[in-house]
Design a protein around this ligand. Structure first.
Ligand code: GLU
Length: 492
């Protein structure tokens, strides 16, 4: 059996669409699950669409997600170059071979002529199909035109009768009437191939066994089949995937402003969570497990799990999954990803940057309380700068507090802290907590009647990551005392 070889073949547009990334992932997983090779090929023959820096977006996305290619730009194998604009001569040669075989022909129609055909087709309400004007030109005329340097394209000569059938691994057998197929351009007048030609030539020369792509290519696949047949080449396994939808009626798209891979990363989503989530959009594992590392997917992925029906991209589900990934991440990696952000929160607020061990405590305090990394600043901002707050926050039925009790409680805490050098010297959550329970008992107050006002005074928030004494420890003795005094002033 032939070694499985798949390829990701992006056109460098400068934007890694979520659907493209899923295609790359499926190609990669098919290769890896079958012990095969995964290639990267850059499809840049449409020079009008060239975007500066677009290749880096492709490379960086694959790097960030761990989708490593075995061959491609920068990792030359036996089938290079892997950038189509550097393969120009190859396509020309194969287009000419097709002409010799009678499966393609030179076309010298001018732009103006084609435009007028298009206009009349539009007027008739039919889609544009070339009228095959040059299909049967006398070979002598062709030779003369070529010798005279008249610009030409090479077109595929479709059979005019009969049908073409191909099998797709997801959609099954599909049959089309050959007479409906357009004599499409294979080689353009600038000497570069169209996608429709280049993909076939390259997939063959690169030994590709499985082609995964969006189902918008299904209708062109019979034309590719006819090309493979004309050359006498093996037809790869076609795996067409249903689109990823924004909602029931709209596809995810750049034009609609839908997030790209790097937009999601910038919004605080982890590459491994994004990858896990999008893998499940269009593929179902055999069991109920939803969480997979890339390494696990390499073992369990199978083409038979790919679905025909479009899946809706549900940002809430991704957000939930991302939160789970953050919770399960080991602390060191989490700190590596977030300490800079935590530090910036203090710098941006013009506050003193806490000591490294305090920054770590702050980061770990939010680790189990966020769904995306982007939530960190808003969750911890109060530690850098206390915002104005409504003293209504002190009144909490369940905690049995109101303004009066809170004012009294803060006064008691302020005095108790001030009178106890041992608390000040060892200002850590457990000790403060124990100490305050004693203070509450002495003053015949419920624990909550001290802890709630303290929490409110140090945070100014109705909900906080961490309890009163954890926050006090992070703020340190001096800042805690300042905020208690501020609370007293607000309540007085
Ligand atoms: N260059 C095509 C695209 O980006 C690739 C389609 C394919 O994988 O064959 O849509």
């Amino acid at each position: 059996m032939k070694k499985t070889r798949t390829r990701f073949a992006p056109s460098p547009t400068g934007y890694m669409h979520i659907g493209n990334l899923r295609t790359a992932l499926y190609e990669y997983l098919i290769a890896k699950s079958q012990g095969g090779d995964f290639l990267l090929r850059i499809e840049d023959t449409d020079q009008e669409r060239y975007v500066e820096g677009a290749l880096d977006v492709v490379f960086n996305t694959l790097k960030a997600t761990g989708i490593d290619y075995d061959e491609g730009p920068g990792k030359e194998g036996d089938c290079g170059p892997y950038i189509q604009s550097q393969r120009r001569d190859i396509y020309k040669k194969y287009a000419e071979i097709l002409v010799e075989k009678g499966a393609a022909y030179y076309c010298f129609c001018t732009k103006e002529r084609l435009e007028s055909l298009k206009t009349s087709d539009e007027a008739l309400g039919t889609g544009f199909n070339y009228d095959r004007h040059c299909r049967d030109l006398d070979p002598e005329v062709v030779a003369m035109n070529l010798a005279a340097g008249i610009p030409y394209v090479i077109r595929q000569k479709m059979p005019l009768t009969g049908t073409t059938t191909f099998t797709d691994a997801v959609y099954g057998d599909i049959t089309v009437e050959n007479k409906t197929l357009d004599d499409q351009v294979l080689l353009k007048s600038d000497g570069l191939p169209t996608y429709n030609f280049a993909n076939v030539v390259d997939d063959h020369l690169m030994g590709i066994t499985h082609v995964v792509r969006g189902n918008e290519y299904l209708s062109s696949t019979p034309k590719y089949n006819l090309l493979y047949e004309a050359f006498g080449w093996d037809i790869p396994v076609y795996v067409h995937c249903a689109p990823i939808m924004k909602d029931e009626h709209h596809k995810l798209s750049k034009r609609n402003g839908d997030a790209s891979f790097f937009d999601l990363v910038a919004k605080g989503y982890l590459p491994e969570a994004i990858l896990n989530y999008i893998c499940l959009l269009g593929w179902s594992p055999s069991g109920n497990e939803e969480f997979y590392t890339l390494g696990e997917l390499e073992k369990v992925f199978s083409i038979s799990g790919i679905s025909k029906s479009p899946a809706i991209f549900d940002i809430e589900k991704l957000t939930w999954m991302n939160g789970e990934y953050i919770k399960r991440m080991d602390d060191d990696r989490f700190l590596g990803l977030t300490l800079g952000t935590v530090e910036d929160v203090f710098k941006n607020a013009g506050a003193a940057v806490p000591a490294p061990e305090v920054l770590k405590k702050i980061a770990l305090l939010v680790k189990t309380r966020i769904s995306t990394l982007a939530e960190i600043p808003e969750k911890i901002g109060f530690l850098a700068a206390l915002q104005d707050y409504d003293t209504e926050l002190y009144c909490h039925k369940k905690m049995k507090t109101d303004r009066e009790i809170s004012l009294k409680a803060l006064g008691i805490i302020e005095k108790a802290f001030g009178d106890s050098p041992e608390v000040k010297e060892n200002f850590v959550s457990d000790k403060i907590y124990e100490f305050l329970l004693g203070v509450a008992a002495e003053n015949e107050l419920k624990n909550s009647q001290l802890l709630w006002p303290l929490r409110t005074a140090v945070s100014g928030l109705p909900a906080t990551p961490g309890g009163a004494t954890e926050l006090a420890e992070i703020l340190g003795y001096d800042e805690t005392m300042r905020r208690i005094a501020d609370g007293i002033a607000r309540l007085s």
